[in-house]
Design a protein around this ligand. Structure first.
Ligand SMILES: *[C@@H]1O[C@H](CO)[C@@H](O)[C@H](O)[C@H]1NC(C)=O
Length: 652
């Protein structure tokens, strides 16, 4: 098993790491020396700054929230919807870089703070807060994140995207790497050493004319430093720049001079197409984790295969026995699930709500499936910023029709009459809840001045997408759905409902529902850790091939557990299965919520209330959508199963 897993793992790594990052939209950019500049290459290496974030708070801040050096009013690159919603704010920077031109210590700007000025102390306080919460810069060069690397104890180089804006030593505890000084205090990283590695191509290779005077950028690494420049820029100086711990006194002055150096290093060993590998490889999922995940997947598959087999065999026996009795001479008493044939298709209470949830669930399901398929094919790689989110949102909007259709058909089969409320609810309820929560959280972000706050225009745009695209599509789907004849059931429903016998603890609804979510959750929870890391700790997620596999397994296990429990309940003559099948697999989302709480307390070091509020706000949105997804899977599996088994037994 181990070897098989290894081979599949290596195959997946190859597939994911090589294929994804070589997309037509992300063509390589050729750079060359200034003297050689021509149409096919440029000498200016643009450095962009993104928002700053931290693991200790959910609140990201835009670059200009802090008092850093600003670019002279250049245009920001265009961002897609996904980026805006995710809070990315890419801006031009004042750092000027020319290809293949080494620079040693250039000043970008100088900031002077005066104790007599109140606003200066405010600016310093913001910076100090940023340092104490360990906010990190995220810079971008040539569509690659700038990384900061350090050696680990086992002699590996570990590269993080982004770098600290400063560090501090407090009560012998420090987050300065390497340790700057034993003395307590704050230090701001005012100098960066940028090390740009490039691949210099031969003429034949790229068909360009610049030869060894040009190349493509492979990686950009940064070593942030805190240097007290005494009058002039000097990188030899080892004395760090101590940041004032308290507000400046009257007539006290403090000066920060921001500087940088650039070194270009040629490296023809690394191909441009595999330049992302070093970042992805130092993500905390090493090969060992890959194999453990694979192994657990194999076990889950095996288990669920067994469940399916047992179920099939018992069913086969049941059906053979039922049909034998019918042919048989003495009319034996009926037993088991066949007894409730006159009641299984009795419409549930609150059929309206159920059909609306199922419609929305279908929408979420289709969206997830298509997004993951795209991601798997490499269209949504990390190099393609925000593409995943954009894709998911656009798909959700476009998939209004299936939602309306399914909701209408299910509602009609329940004998529902109020089709207008059905359509309205389908198009409004789930998106309304998500949008409402999103709006409230946005108010908090906005009040805090965070960069994750969505601009008003984007909010209006989202609202327009929902009301002008999604809602009409839902109406269209519902129209088609209502026009069709109601779904016919294989057995007729009796006039008078049957009495349900007293249930044992195992077949009571609530224990069944609680048990139902365990297996599906078990097969996703290893992946969950990585997904949550990628959301909250801004680690890149790229194992989409895996995620797709996990999604399929989730679908299978949800369907199987629901069908299995449904079968037990029917055998115990409890025929209220409609809602229960939805809730059984939907309960996986409750475990998801518990896991998110666990993650919050163990992994994140969030202390402020606003951050916690946001965390749980996003978590609730996620849990809600997940509930729709899993519940719908369980329901349709069970629906299909029950139609199947009652259509094969003979009922007189
Ligand atoms: C830049 O500096 C690096 C390291 O010192 C050196 O290898 C390289 O040749 C220099 N490049 C140029 C264009 O001077």
């Amino acid at each position: 098993m181990k070897r098989g897993a290894k081979i599949i793992g290596i195959f997946l790594i190859d597939f994911i790491c090589v294929e994804c990052f070589y997309l037509p939209g992300l063509a390589p950019v050729n750079f060359c020396k200034k003297e050689e500049e021509q149409i096919s290459c440029k000498s200016e290496v643009k450095l962009y700054v993104n928002r700053l974030n931290t693991e200790e708070s959910v609140m990201p801040y835009e670059y200009n929230h802090f008092d850093f050096c600003l670019a002279d009013d250049e245009k920001s690159p265009v961002e897609n919807l996904g980026q805006v919603v995710l809070g990315e704010r890419i801006r031009p920077s004042p750092y000027k870089i020319e290809f293949m031109k080494n620079m040693s210590c250039v000043e970008v700007c100088k900031k002077t703070y005066d104790g007599n000025r109140k606003e200066d102390n405010l600016l310093l306080a913001t910076l100090r807060k940023g340092i104490s919460l360990n906010y990190k810069h995220h810079w971008i060069v040539d569509n690659m994140p700038v990384t900061s690397c350090f050696d680990t104890k086992d002699n590996r180089v570990y590269c993080n995207t982004g770098f600290q804006m400063g560090c501090y030593t407090r009560n012998r505890r420090t987050n300065c790497v390497p340790e700057i000084e034993q003395q307590d205090g704050f230090y701001i990283f005012n100098h960066v050493d940028l090390i740009i590695t490039y691949h210099s191509g031969a003429k034949e290779e790229w068909g360009t004319q610049f030869g060894s005077n040009g190349g493509r950028i492979i990686s950009v690494k940064v070593v942030p430093r805190s240097i007290k420049h005494n009058g002039q820029c000097n990188t030899q100086n080892t004395e760090p720049l101590r940041f004032p711990t308290n507000p400046l006194q009257k007539d006290e002055k403090f000066e920060i001079s921001y500087t940088y150096s650039v070194t270009f290093i040629q490296n023809n060993m690394v191909k441009w197409s595999s330049r992302w590998d070093y970042i992805l490889e130092s993500m905390p999922y090493t090969n060992i984790q890959w194999f453990s995940i694979l192994n657990s997947l194999v076990i889950v598959l095996f288990l669920s295969g067994m469940v399916a087999m047992i179920l099939l065999r018992t069913l086969y026996k049941d059906i053979a026995r039922y049909n034998q009795i019918d042919n048989g001479e003495d009319a034996q008493e009926e037993f088991g699930w066949k007894l409730v044939h006159g009641d299984v298709f009795r419409p549930p209470r609150k059929g309206m709500l159920l059909s609306v949830l199922l419609g929305s669930g279908t929408q979420v399901f289709c969206m997830t499936l298509v997004t993951l398929a795209f991601a798997c094919l490499g269209f949504l790689s990390p190099a393609n910023r925000g593409a995943l989110m954009t894709c998911a949102m656009v798909l959700y909007v476009l998939l209004g029709s299936p939602a309306g259709y399914i909701s209408a058909r299910i509602y009609k089969s329940f004998g529902g009459e109020k089709w207008k409320s059905n359509v309205l609810l389908t198009s409004m309820l789930a998106p309304g809840i998500v949008f409402g929560l999103f709006f409230v959280m946005n108010l908090v972000l906005w009040a805090k001045g965070s960069s994750a706050a969505i601009p008003f225009s984007t909010l209006v745009g989202l609202l327009a997408l929902w009301l002008l695209v999604s809602v009409p599509l839902t109406f269209l789907g519902a129209f088609v759905g209502f026009r069709k004849r109601a779904i016919e059931h294989p057995v007729r429903t009796n006039q008078i409902p049957r009495l349900i016998p007293e249930q044992s603890i195992y077949t009571q609804p609530i224990p069944g529902i609680i048990m139902g979510g365990v297996l599906p959750f078990g097969c996703i929870f290893i992946q969950l850790f990585f997904i949550l890391n990628s959301i909250w700790s801004s680690q890149m997620y790229y194992m989409f091939g895996f995620l797709f596999l996990v999604f399929i397994i989730l679908v299978i296990t949800c369907a199987e557990t629901t069908v299995l429990l449904c079968y037990f309940h029917l055998c115990a003559e409890d025929y209220h299965w409609w809602w229960r099948s939805y809730l059984t697999s939907g309960f996986t989302s409750a475990y998801l919520f518990l896991y998110c709480c666990h993650y919050f307390y163990t992994k994140l070091q969030i202390e402020d209330a606003a951050s916690a509020f946001l965390y749980f706000g996003y978590t609730i949105i996620m849990v809600f959508l997940f509930n729709l997804l899993t519940g719908t899977i369980g329901f349709f599996a069970c629906f299909w199963f029950i139609r199947k088994i009652y259509s094969v037994v003979k009922v007189d």
